[in-house]
Design a protein around this ligand. Structure first.
Ligand code: DP6
Length: 366
């Protein structure tokens, strides 16, 4: 069992001085968001999850992050952060905080001036969480800088492991976004080499029925979340259902890994929807309690259940920490599902907005 924190800390001693270079260099990555089917909700110190989570990486919802770097003047973290081309002091403050954490493992960033330019493929007002895509894009960019300056991380596996580790320190779910397809984060007894420190791609054979999943993201509200994920995670400490939740997550994790292998669509639907509703039930039952769902979230859920009963078709819903509904279904059902969305669901979407997304092949360097 590798202790990644120890490994990267030790290695950091070799990542201090690099051959000076003139002018500016650039690394640019496009990294997607992901949707969790088994939810990460509750964490220990240092971004260690309380339970294993399982997600698939999306395709169309991504962040593009360009890092321009030059040898800096005075030592310390020096960044300028631009969001969609404009200086963004709010994001800059947050990223500076993250970089201070990451500098323990990447001390060379203190000798650079960084300009970070980031933009999302999805609209700002869509309520889509961008921390997974943005933090994974940042981590991948920093690993590329390490590779450029020190000639390290030339091995693909090593590169993505370190990117996942660094992304996790900024936002837990971002650890899963550095790979395409299905991804697992969190030590468990069912997936060999699973770890709390990094996510790994799910290598167990995935049954063909789950190969080309679509995710139609139905936007029911453009508003920013009223409670941040971090606050939500911390409300799990001392939660009345704390222990029961972590046991439930283990059971669901095992069940879903089996269903993905055997192609059990019924089990997939039951577990995925149980996870989504349990996540929000935990929020409602926390102290203080909160609810992020709105009337249209419920209208969509009821319509999905009715449609499934009538058509006996594979489709499942899941929810993130927000009111938007992710409608998950295989490519072969797309025609029927597009009709369903247009005829019955679009009226519940804010400004008739929904995002046509699906399982993707992971980040790309651009
Ligand atoms: C409900 O990864 O956003 O989306 O680690 O505090 O940044 P932090 O939390 P974050 O939490 C995501 C919670 C979730 C479930 C999931 O993606 O697993």
């Amino acid at each position: 069992m590798i202790d990644f924190q120890e490994k990267y800390k030790q290695h950091s001693e070799k990542l201090v001085s690099f051959p000076a270079f003139k002018g500016k260099r650039t690394q640019k990555w496009q990294s997607p968001s992901n949707i969790a089917l088994i939810k990460y909700w509750g964490k220990k110190d240092d971004q260690i999850p309380q339970n294993p989570s399982l997600s698939f990486t999306l395709s169309s919802s991504f962040t593009k992050t360009e890092i321009i770097y030059e040898v800096g003047g005075k030592p310390g973290i020096s960044i300028q952060f631009l969001f969609e081309g404009k200086h963004n002091p709010g994001f800059e403050k947050r990223i500076t905080k993250h970089l201070h954490k990451l500098a323990i493992f990447l001390p060379f960033i203190k000798s650079l001036n960084l300009t970070i330019n980031s933009s999302n493929s999805f609209p700002h007002s869509s309520g889509i969480a961008s921390s997974a895509s943005s933090m994974s894009a940042l981590a991948l960019g920093l690993c590329s800088i390490e590779r450029d300056l020190f000639g390290t991380l030339t091995d693909e596996k090593e590169f993505y492991q370190k990117a996942s580790f660094l992304a996790r320190l900024c936002s837990g779910s971002a650890a899963r976004s550095v790979y395409g397809g299905f991804t697992v984060w969190g030590k468990n007894e069912y997936i060999p080499n699973s770890s709390n420190e990094i996510a790994i791609p799910l290598k167990t054979e995935i049954h063909p029925v789950f190969h080309n999943l679509n995710d139609s993201i139905l936007i029911t509200s453009p508003e920013k979340k009223s409670v941040s994920s971090s606050q939500g995670h911390s409300l799990m400490n001392g939660h009345a259902y704390e222990e029961a939740r972590y046991n439930q997550a283990q059971t669901n994790f095992h069940g879903l890994s089996e269903a993905l292998k055997t192609g059990d669509e019924k089990k997939f639907i039951t577990i995925v929807e149980n996870e989504a509703l349990s996540l929000h039930a935990l929020m409602m039952a926390s102290n203080p309690g909160f609810t992020l769902l709105n009337q249209n979230t419920w209208n969509i859920i009821h319509a999905i259940r009715k449609f499934r009963k009538k058509n006996n078709m594979m489709l499942a819903f899941t929810l993130d920490a927000g009111p938007n509904v992710h409608l998950i279904y295989p490519e072969k059902n797309k025609k029927a599902l597009l009709d369903f969305i247009n005829d019955d669901l679009i009226k519940y979407c804010h400004g008739q907005k929904w995002i046509d997304d699906g399982i993707g092949s992971g980040p790309v360097q651009i």
